[in-house]
Design a binder for this molecule. Structure first.
Ligand SMILES: C[S@@+](CC[C@H](N)C(=O)[O-])C[C@H]1O[C@@H](n2cnc3c(N)ncnc32)[C@H](O)[C@@H]1O
Ligand code: SF4
Length: 381
């Protein structure tokens, strides 16, 4: 698997919970951005000529604000520069305002075959609280158009919101699942991120969010309700019908190579047997200027040590229900990969039903995935 991630860093407004690399710009020179993506793609292709592209992902920011012509240009450039898998998955994140709904058909014609719609909530009060530009009616309309237009549709919801009771979440999630015959859902619990407007408000006591116990209850309920609708919890926050798992995100979780294109994008590339971490300049204007000067917007590559490869592989792979093949742990951590782990803690967690290690796989149980951060802290030396 080899994925290409394209970061579009602009949004109509900044949501108060969001710490992604997203900015509100007065004007955007779309032709300049198009050319810059083209340059960074050619640069990346010269480094990875033997990689076969299995997925492309337009993320952001709000990539549905891109001109469809730019999306088409980027897909064409990728096709010119790399070999492509026959069944390449090409996803675009879309916000459900009316501006974007009208563009869905153009995105499809540009080559997009999967959309991920940022619905976030299905009631207007919570959408206002989350600072979103759309209302529940627009969200439902956007989903209808997305289902008519694309083979594969995901939508995101944020739950564990202030004052959200299990009953209210259950009703909302059931409504969401029956509204749309989605094959994939991303369901995230609201987190308070550093440097966001919500952090200031939260610290000031303007609102509270569910504690760990209620969060756990909401999480379990979410898995059960998704299962009622035939969606399997295949990753900590992702639920899919069999065969509809996000191929692009599986690339990250299975710790395969991916190129990150655009401001702030990260990548992991194996070049002559050595894994490298790539990282582009975060500020959109600085990235753009650097691309026009040097042909790419990257900081110097960082080689990833064997221990870091193992740790990264573990952090990613234990998010997945399928877990990590032992052969992969050996590839990333070497024959002696067990030396990176605290054996006693591992055994305890296995006895408690959170972890499972067989001759072939290391994996977490549902309860393990719910407290994954704690488990990782425990088992890594
Ligand atoms: C890159 S963001 C969003 C893409 C798109 N611009 C949007 O807003 O829908 C990907 C997803 O992360 C989730 N997310 C971002 N910040 C979050 C937070 N603090 N807590 C929970 N979920 C969050 C949202 O569901 C969001 O759709
Ligand atoms: S949540 Fe999405 S729309 Fe809102 S600021 Fe972040 S990237 Fe932009």
């Amino acid at each position: 698997m080899f994925g290409i991630y394209i970061h579009w860093p602009f949004c109509l407004s900044k949501c108060p919970y969001c710490d992604f690399n997203s900015h509100v710009a007065k004007t955007i020179n779309h032709a300049d951005w198009r050319n810059a993506y083209g340059k960074e793609l050619s640069y990346s292709a010269t480094r990875t000529p033997d990689h076969l592209v299995s997925s492309i992902y337009f993320g952001g920011g709000t990539p549905s604000l891109m001109e469809p012509e730019t999306v088409r240009f980027i897909i064409d450039e990728i096709q010119k520069n790399w070999r492509m898998a026959n069944d390449v998955e090409i996803t675009l994140e879309a916000n459900p305002t009316s501006i974007e709904q009208q563009k869905f058909r153009d995105f499809k014609e540009a080559g997009i075959n999967r959309v991920s719609v940022g619905v976030q909530a299905l009631n207007d009060k919570d959408l206002t609280f989350l600072g979103r530009q759309h209302n529940a009616f627009e969200a439902r309309k956007a989903l209808d158009i997305a289902f008519e237009t694309f083979e594969k549709v995901n939508f995101d919801l944020i739950y564990a919101r202030p004052h959200q009771t299990p009953q209210a979440w259950e009703a909302e999630l059931r409504k969401a699942l029956s509204l749309a015959k989605a094959g994939h859902l991303s369901l995230y619990q609201l987190t308070i991120e550093q440097g966001t407007a919500f952090e200031t408000m939260y610290k000031r006591g303007d609102f509270s969010i569910p504690d760990e116990e209620l969060g756990g209850e909401l999480y379990e309920m979410t898995g059960q309700i998704a299962a009622d609708f035939g969606l399997e919890p295949y990753e900590v926050s992702n639920y899919a019908r069999q065969g509809e798992e996000s191929r692009h995100n599986l690339t990250y979780w299975r710790y395969e190579d991916y190129a990150g294109i655009g401001p702030g994008a990260h990548g992991r590339l194996t070049l002559n047997g050595q894994k490298f971490a790539t990282r582009a300049h975060r500020a959109p204007q600085i990235w753009l200027e650097k691309v026009f000067k040097d042909g790419h917007g990257y900081h110097p590559d960082l080689p990833v040590s064997q221990e870091d490869r193992f740790v990264e592989c573990l952090l990613m792979g234990l998010r997945l229900k399928e877990g990590i093949p032992v052969s992969k742990l050996e590839t990333e951590g070497g024959a002696d990969w067990r030396a990176f782990l605290n054996e006693k803690k591992m055994e305890q967690l296995e006895r408690d039903g959170y972890l499972c290690l067989t001759d072939h796989h290391l994996s977490t149980s549902g309860a393990g995935r719910q407290r994954l951060n704690k488990i990782l802290q425990d088992i890594l030396k």
